[in-house]
Design a protein around this ligand. Structure first.
Ligand SMILES: [Zn+2]
Length: 309
C-alpha cells in the first residue's frame, strides 16, 4: 500500500508541523491514523494516509452513505430524510449567493447525483465529477446526468462555470492545492464557489475529541476551521463572502460520534441530541462554531461592495 507523507503544511507551506493526536477509523478498517498540526497556521491534517490508489478499501461502497442509497438503519433513514430537505435548501442558497436562477453549474464529487438532479429540474445546466465509479453510474442511470470521472475536471474550458460546488468533498481530495487552482480557472469572473466542510473548531468536535465523526480518518485528509479555510482560499485569490452553519449536521455527527464510542443505546441517542442541540445553539451566537460550515467564495478581483460576513 502506498502512503502519502506530508512534510510541509498544505495551507502555508511551513515545515514546522507536529503530531497532534491519533484517530481511529471507526467506520471501515479500525486502523489508527496520525493527525498533525501546522505550528505556523494551525491547520490540522491527517498524515501518513493511503494514497488515492490504495484508498478504495476504506470507502467500503456498500456502507459509505453518500455513495449509496441504503435506507436501512435509523441513522441512514435520518440521513436520507434530512438530505431530501437539505437539497432544496442548498439549491436556494446557491441561487441566492450567485444571484442567478439558472446557469452552468459543476458539482465536484456529485455522489449519486441528488443535488445536481434538483438543479437540473430547476433549469440549471448541470455537470458532475465523481471519482467513485458506482456512485457516478447511479447518477447517470437514475437521473440521466452528465457525470465524469475525476480527471475530467482538467478537460473543461476555462471560466465556463457560474457556480462550482463541493459539498463535503474538499476534505477528501489528495491533490488539494492542484484542484483548488483548477477550480479558480474553471470559474467565470463573477462566479461563485460553494464549499461545505466539517469544522474541527465546533463545539461537538471539542466535546467528542478523537471520537468526533468529522475526523473520519483516513477518508478526511484536511480538517478545516473557518480561519484555516480563509488562509487557504486567499492563496488562490478567493475571498470568503459568506459563511453559513449547516443545520442538522451537529445532530448527525453527534449520533455517529456516540456510536463510535460504542454506546449503542437510548442514552447515547439522548446524549447525541443534547450535544447536537448545544452545538447548534452555540453556533447561533458564533457562526465560526458550526459543526459543518458552508463557505461562499468569489474571485477577489471581482468583488464589489461590502462583504456579507
Ligand atoms: Zn500551515
Amino acid at each position: 500500500m502506498s502512503i502519502v507523507i506530508i512534510q510541509k503544511c498544505p495551507v502555508c507551506n511551513s515545515m514546522n508541523i507536529k503530531s497532534e493526536f491519533i484517530c481511529k477509523d471507526y467506520f471501515a478498517s479500525g486502523e489508527e491514523f496520525e493527525i498533525c498540526i501546522c505550528r505556523q497556521c494551525n491547520f490540522l491534517f491527517t498524515n501518513n494516509f493511503p494514497s488515492n490508489n490504495s484508498m478504495g478499501k476504506y470507502y467500503d461502497d456498500l456502507k459509505y452513505i453518500s455513495h449509496s442509497d441504503i435506507k436501512k438503519g435509523f441513522i441512514n433513514k435520518l440521513y436520507h430524510f434530512v438530505r431530501a430537505y437539505m437539497i432544496k435548501r442548498k439549491l436556494n442558497f446557491v441561487c441566492k449567493q450567485s444571484k442567478k436562477k439558472t446557469g452552468k453549474i459543476l458539482d465536484v464529487g456529485c455522489g449519486t447525483g441528488y443535488f445536481l438532479n434538483e438543479a437540473k429540474r430547476k433549469g440549471w445546466e448541470t455537470y458532475g465529477i465523481e471519482k467513485n465509479e458506482r456512485a457516478g453510474k447511479m447518477a447517470i442511470e437514475h437521473f440521466d446526468l452528465y457525470v465524469k470521472p475525476e480527471h475530467h475536471i482538467y478537460e473543461f474550458p476555462k471560466a465556463c462555470f457560474d457556480v462550482i460546488t463541493l459539498w463535503h468533498v474538499l476534505e477528501h481530495l489528495e491533490d488539494l492545492n492542484e484542484i483548488m487552482g483548477k477550480i479558480y480557472d474553471l470559474l467565470s469572473p463573477d462566479g461563485i464557489v460553494v464549499i461545505a466542510v466539517p469544522n474541527c473548531s465546533s463545539y461537538d468536535a471539542k466535546h467528542y475529541k478523537t471520537y468526533w465523526a468529522g475526523y473520519d480518518v483516513p477518508r478526511h485528509l484536511w480538517h478545516f476551521t473557518p480561519r484555516t479555510m480563509e488562509l487557504f482560499v486567499k492563496k488562490f485569490k478567493f475571498n470568503i463572502t459568506c459563511k453559513k452553519v449547516m443545520p442538522f449536521d451537529a445532530f448527525y455527527i453527534s449520533l455517529l460520534s456516540e456510536k463510535y464510542k460504542n454506546i449503542n443505546s437510548f442514552i447515547a441517542f439522548v446524549k447525541a441530541m443534547f450535544t447536537g442541540a448545544v452545538s447548534t445553539v452555540r453556533a447561533l451566537f458564533d457562526k465560526n462554531k458550526g459543526s459543518s460550515m458552508i463557505f461562499t467564495l468569489k474571485k477577489s478581483d471581482y468583488i464589489s461592495g461590502s462583504l456579507e460576513l
